[in-house]
Design a protein around this ligand. Structure first.
Ligand SMILES: Cc1cc2nc3c(=O)[nH]c(=O)nc-3n(C[C@H](O)[C@H](O)[C@H](O)COP(=O)(O)OP(=O)(O)OC[C@H]3O[C@@H](n4cnc5c(N)ncnc54)[C@H](O)[C@@H]3O)c2cc1C
Length: 483
């Protein structure tokens, strides 16, 4: 009843097109094909605000009627982040996709939450600047692909609001850091409709609590991000993309960690296992046949001399770890094709699904020195599982992913055990249950083991002080103590 009244009131305050209860809209905002976890319940409505003030109006109404609110940007998150276990209203930022101000001289840009990182980079490329955080969805701009049954999969793109909320990263993180490192300030609508701005516009500040850090990674459980000022980096003078194969995943992981430990400033170092290389071959999108062996992809960037030296240093480490000759592409167009093999990896896996297949995609991260051990044991477990699964990851950060296809409840249980084993092992190695995807619904159960009850109770305290009625994206990251 109260949700119905809230919908009516939002409709009345913001106009006819501001809120939808269309079945397709509800499904799209409560379910996703690439999520490791989906639930039966959907949101009751989807609101489409046009401005910070409209988001505040929605929050005030939901606060008044005690209706859950679930922020939604690109919908590319993978742990059931935007699902609606308690119903409520999904708030989609679709109509808030403007670049509000660009300050090339200050190397920053002010954006609304529904700007995608790829659009952003396309728009500003002539300025010589770029935004370096690059979570998955595709680099070359295609937006739909066919799966094994020739069904169209529409590819979604990560957008700034969701990227902040998940503290995402991507292939460039080893060089440029993660989302939290690129935020100057945020405009936030709190669950009761108050609007705050975390900081002014300096590139650094020591003034008081770091509210940027509080809202970044909070997965929409503390407030809505309605505007963000982001730092930008200079487009490097020279780039190169390199590829090398290895006899085993351990050799590849050893090479990657040595490269990082020696301080060679690679732009990215990514690991893909033999299965993933096979999938890329089957998709045929890169126009060449790859060796189906553990493979490292590298990005090099910097000055002309620097890139040359880095390539030679990496070549030596690859060789010392039983790697093949390092193949390097310096032509920019061909680099994009080579790199797309890495960037399309998860979509390629999705395209391998046959009737009834679901996908479980997960990530963990460990201190660098533990990475070769974890990669080796996890690869063995994946092979023992007997299902179709691949490994890849941002190994330069000690972060890697598994993507496994399964069919039915029995196989889901097997995959779940395999993922649980990997996560527990990572935490025992002083690592984390997620290096970049976040907790959502899917990884809540690991929070206590990872951070301990003391830290969890501080998080609950922060949540209660900002959202006493537990209305913002309820059911994510952790539950109230009494549940
Ligand atoms: C093929 C593929 C590859 C991927 N590769 C990577 C990768 O390399 N690195 C990586 O980090 N992730 C990766 N991901 C995961 C995903 O892209 C990231 O988590 C991304 O940051 C999610 O952004 P989004 O806009 O899609 O967010 P959404 O899915 O819309 O939302 C994610 C979370 O943020 C909250 N939220 C959304 N908008 C707002 C807002 N304006 N204010 C407050 N909260 C908000 C939502 O409530 C939800 O909890 C990949 C996903 C796919 C499908």
């Amino acid at each position: 009843m109260s949700t119905k009244q809230a919908i009516k009131e939002i409709h009345r305050e913001l106009g006819e097109d501001s809120i939808s209860t269309d079945d397709e809209d509800l499904k799209m905002h409560g379910y996703s094909e690439w999520s490791s976890i989906n639930i039966d319940r959907l949101p009751v409505a989807v609101a489409f605000p046009n401005s910070t003030e409209e988001v505040a109006a929605i929050a005030r109404v939901c606060h008044k009627y005690k209706v859950p609110m679930i922020p939604y940007s690109g919908g590319s998150s993978v742990e059931g982040h935007f699902s609606a276990p308690f119903g409520g209203i999904s708030v989609d930022f679709l109509n808030m996709s403007d670049i509000v101000a660009f300050h090339p001289e200050d190397m920053d840009i002010v954006v609304q939450p529904s700007v995608s990182w790829m659009e952003l980079n396309e728009t500003i490329k002539s300025s010589g600047l770029f935004f370096p955080v690059d979570p998955g969805p595709p680099v070359c701009g295609s937006i739909s692909v066919m799966d094994a049954e020739q069904l169209l999969i529409t590819i979604t793109q990560a957008k700034i609001g969701g990227m902040i909320a998940t503290n995402c990263s991507g292939t460039n993180a080893v060089r440029y850091g993660t989302m939290k490192d690129w935020i100057v300030n945020l405009t936030i609508v709190l669950p009761d409709g108050r609007i705050i701005k975390t900081r002014k516009r300096p590139r650094k500040s020591s003034a008081g609590y770091n509210l940027n850090g509080l809202f970044t990674g909070s997965e929409g459980t503390l407030g809505f991000v309605t505007e963000a000022t982001l730092k930008l980096a200079s487009i490097p003078q020279k780039t190169g993309v390199g590829v090398a194969t290895f006899p085993t995943m351990r050799d590849a992981a050893n090479a990657a960690t040595q490269i990082v430990r020696q301080g060679i400033p690679v732009g990215a170092v990514e690991i893909l296992d033999d299965v993933q290389m096979d999938v890329i071959n089957k998709m045929g999108a890169t126009g060449r046949a790859w060796k189906e062996l553990p493979t490292l992809f590298f990005k090099f960037s910097g000055t002309k001399v620097g890139v040359h030296d880095n390539i030679e240093d990496v070549r030596k480490i690859v060789y010392d770890n039983q790697g093949s000759d390092l193949e390097v592409e310096k032509d920019q167009a061909k680099q994009a094709v080579l790199w797309s093999a890495r960037k399309e990896a998860l979509w390629s896996m999705l395209c391998m699904r046959e009737s009834g297949n679901e996908v479980w995609s997960t990530d963990v991260a460990v201190p660098l020195s533990r990475l070769p051990d974890l990669v080796e044991i996890s690869k063995q477990d994946l092979e023992n599982l007997g299902l179709f699964g691949s490994m890849l990851g941002h190994v330069g950060d000690g972060n890697f992913h598994e993507t496994i296809l399964f069919n039915g409840a029995t196989e889901r249980d097997l995959v779940s055990k395999c993922v649980h084993d990997m996560v527990h092992r990572a935490i025992e190695m002083e690592g984390t249950c997620t290096g970049e995807h976040g907790i959502g619904l899917g990884k809540k159960e690991f929070m206590e083991q990872e951070v301990g009850e003391g830290s969890l109770s501080v998080m609950r305290g922060i949540k209660l002080s900002l959202d006493p009625f537990w209305l913002m994206n309820p059911g994510k990251i952790f539950d109230p103590q009494e549940l």
